[in-house]
Design a binder for this molecule. Sequence first.
Ligand SMILES: [Zn+2]
Length: 135
Amino acid sequence: MSEFINCPNCNSSQESGAAFCSQCGTNLSTSTEQPVPAATAQNHSAANPSQGKAIASLVLGIVAVVCIFFGYGALLGIVLAIIGIVLGTSAKKEAPSSMATAGVVLSIIALALCVISFLACVACVGLLFSVESLY
Ligand SMILES: [Zn+2]
């Protein structure tokens, strides 16, 4: 059955799973064996993914910028840049860092450049086709 511990404050017998003493309300969680402290687990899982997102955002921004130089690759760049903005913004919300900000800014710049490059490419091809159709 359930084990009992003595309250460090009033020395009354309390169930070992209880968080607080039923007699005096003293926090018993420090003296009982709790599997994982909730605050520590939350901090641990919150810090790493946001940093990962910030890095991913930065990498996507860089890749998107490179895509500009590959004609229709700019279309891929637009997609990557949008993902970069979404990841960077969410990373910034969770844990503001200079890396997340850099990721968002770089992705926005990459998106703008990719859109210009893609439109220029489409216009170029469109022009070629219209010239060809004249003959
Ligand atoms: Zn007590």
